[in-house]
Design a protein. Structure first.
Length: 397
């Protein structure tokens, strides 16, 4: 177990260090000590100063303790990076939010709607629909409609696919949409399509784009689609929760599927990363698009990304049709790449392996939680983490 609580800095910044320690200890006692989670890594910062950093539990089935520099499958926490990369292209004038998806991906020019595959959409799909998950696309894991089932049969949700990006788009575009773009919110492969948009506009694969435009400029050396040999000893095992509450290995760290060279790079869920790397990414967002003199996006672009873009300022509960998302629906809007909370103004997202981040732009707080358990809705730990952070703040900005 490794713990760091900067008590002096926490008090100076209006955060109760005892409450931070209690938050870490309570989550450890409830989830790691009981075996509900194999491990847990937490980071909380205010004004970019790390106040809490803790690593609890075992990284692997072998019993190896969780290292502070462990690597995790961040799954859908990939989506904000892909969204930032796209918004960089928007600022450069290569594309706009209103650009038709079919202008860059012509395979979508004749897409239809509904199980019968006969009806044309009421309007074309736009880039903003991909960012907000209002595209009419879905995930097979939603398990609601026959179209979801067709996604599952084709393996369109899989993290590592043998398809090329072009083959992924061809198979996806041959399926009907769940609904016309702009009508409903469904958590989906939209950001995977956005990643292909980025590839086609830049002429580079998504790994190169994220590495050159985001990871290297921000100093994020541990964020990759494919696990390099030098990182193998830091890669955690991942577990799956069975209906009886037991855990089974889903992916081995030493022989991880993320070591295989993939053909399709999932902009919606394919990255591995570390807590330190993701904290740097969150700091850039908190600072309005800049970190250590490197500016990726303008402040007004970041402000737009964390604003609610759902029609009529509705929440997910009003517009959602899917059964699964990495957020609660009530009182939650959706911006350009992540959810936004109407009440607290926090913006956040998570991944299916139960990873999670939250940014409070008012109190200038960042929270990151890393663990490796499928599915991510197994326990209410994310809500507990968010609540615990808010309760530790004793002086508001």
């Amino acid at each position: 177990m490794a713990d760091m609580i900067d008590e002096a800095a926490a008090r100076a910044m209006g955060v109760d260090p005892a409450r931070l320690r209690a938050l870490a200890d309570d989550l450890d006692a409830q989830y790691v000590a009981t075996g509900r989670l194999a491990h847990l890594q937490l980071l909380v910062s205010r004004d970019e100063t790390v106040l809490l950093s803790t690593s609890r539990g075992r990284a692997r089935e072998s019993g190896d303790p969780l290292r502070d520099d462990a690597l995790f499958r961040i799954a859908s926490m990939t989506k904000p990076l892909t969204s930032v990369a796209f918004m960089m292209l928007v600022e450069e004038g290569m594309v706009s939010l209103d650009t038709l998806v079919s202008d860059v991906i012509p395979e979508f020019a004749d897409v239809r709607v509904g199980v019968g595959n006969r009806r044309r959409p009421s309007r074309p799909m736009r880039m903003i629909d991909l960012l907000t998950h209002m595209s009419g696309l879905t995930y097979g894991l939603q398990r609601v409609t026959p179209i979801d089932a067709r996604y599952r049969r084709l393996g369109l949700d899989e993290f590592q696919q043998k398809r090329t990006s072009d083959a992924f788009i061809a198979d996806l575009a041959a399926l009907p949409l769940e609904n016309s773009p702009g009508e409903r919110w469904t958590y989906s492969v939209s950001t995977d399509v956005l990643g292909v948009v980025v590839e086609r506009l830049t002429g580079n694969d998504l790994q190169q784009v994220l590495r050159n435009r985001i990871c290297d400029p921000l100093g994020m050396p541990d964020t990759w689609f494919e696990l390099p040999d030098a990182g193998v000893d830091r890669m955690t095992d991942a577990w799956r929760l069975h209906d009886d509450g037991s855990l089974a290995l889903a992916d081995l760290g030493a022989r991880s599927g993320w070591r295989r060279k993939g053909r399709f790079l999932s902009g919606g869920g394919g990255l591995i990363s570390s807590t330190a790397d993701y904290h740097r990414f969150c700091r850039m967002l908190l600072r309005g698009g800049e970190l250590n003199g490197v500016r990726l996006l303008r402040p007004e672009t970041i402000a737009s990304m964390r604003a609610n873009h759902l029609p009529g300022n509705a929440d997910l509960a009003t517009l959602s049709t899917g059964m699964f998302a990495e957020a609660y629906y009530e009182g939650t809007g959706f911006g350009l790449g992540f959810a936004t909370d109407f009440r607290t103004r926090e913006y956040y997202w998570g991944g299916v392996f139960s990873t999670f981040f939250v940014i409070d732009p008012v109190d200038r707080v960042i929270g990151i939680m890393m663990t490796q358990l499928i599915p991510s809705n197994s326990y209410p730990i994310r809500a507990q983490f968010r609540t615990g952070i808010r309760e530790a703040i004793v002086r508001r900005s």
